[in-house]
Design a binder for this molecule. Sequence first.
Ligand SMILES: Cc1ncc(COP(=O)(O)O)c(C=O)c1O
Length: 389
Amino acid sequence: MQRPSHIDRLAALRDTRARQGLLRRLRTVEAADGAYVWIDGKRLLNFASNDYLGLAQHPALREALVAGAARWGVGATAAHLLGGHRDEHAALEESLARWTGRERALLFSDGWMANLGVVAALLEADDVCVQDKLNHASLIDAARLAGCELKRYPHGDVDGARRQLESRPEAAVLLASDGVFSMDGDVAPIRALASACADEQALLMIDDAHGLGVLGPEGAGSIAEADLTQDEVPILMATLGKALGVAGAFVAGSAALIDGLVQQARTYIYTTAMPPALAAAARKAVDVARFEGWRRDRLAQLIAHFRAGAAMRGLSLSASRTPIQPIVIGTSEAALAASAKLEEAGFYVPAIRPPTVAEGKARLRIALTALHSESDVERLLAALATALA
Ligand SMILES: Cc1ncc(COP(=O)(O)O)c(C=O)c1O
């Protein structure tokens, strides 16, 4: 008897993907400067970055990182609970809690680990996790790995969410939704979801990876924009690697929630704390994101400019008011071809294909940042009109 070979299986899966035009391709960026990246020796205007506020290269963040490294060295050397938790981490947690209007915040290595840590800590086998169909893979997989029952509802459909909540009235239930959907850019109906959760005694969790820094007063995110309190949305998860330009993630909520996570969230407990210098850079990023409001104003202008210009050129837009402005193309082949034409013209706009998005909904995911200028957007629009003609 011969056992199946894992490696052969991987190779077969890879071949299938290749035949379907779904092969993923790793590109190496050789340099980055402002809104530009260099790939294969070519300078490309980058429309694929989640650094929405343009903070990843901000001088104040660089200085905070260097000063943090001078004080702490590079690694945190241990898990938070075993000596890795430095005052830099504590200060960042306080700053994040203050910004988002929550009692406490808890740092995780990244958004994946934060989502998995929370969902697995809160949900047991007989419990239910209700999720939007277009939620990020990390939330969907978190529910699967938690071993609870996962019930999905059509995208943005609050009545559908209510029906799923009502279907198991005896069970403990968590409803989790992206705040801003990562591949579509639209904002979840958070107020209506909060009210459904209140009626059904369900716990609401919002993953605001793409809303924090971008939406709401002082960029405090989609929950702040919806003017909802910690009681109405008890669990906020957001990453530090997108609009804040750093890396890592946090969960914010009541002291009882955070205390519980410290005891139970395995992805918090059994991992090395983020480097303290990164925490220092992230704390500076919070200040810049909060108080340099012109970055959000610039984004708003660019978004308006892009949408008006796209409409004028007959490009089909999605219903998004955020920096994520996808153009749905349809087949993977057509999306790849459009992306390649844009690259020839000097723009980096990767094609997003199934299974990241639904079959037939391959797209160009255009991400605007405060590093772009109106003339950058104008040039992209002209190139899009040619590439999609
Ligand atoms: C909505 C959403 N949640 C979570 C994550 C994961 O965050 P991280 O990159 O910090 O792992 C991402 C993207 O990376 C995301 O888009």
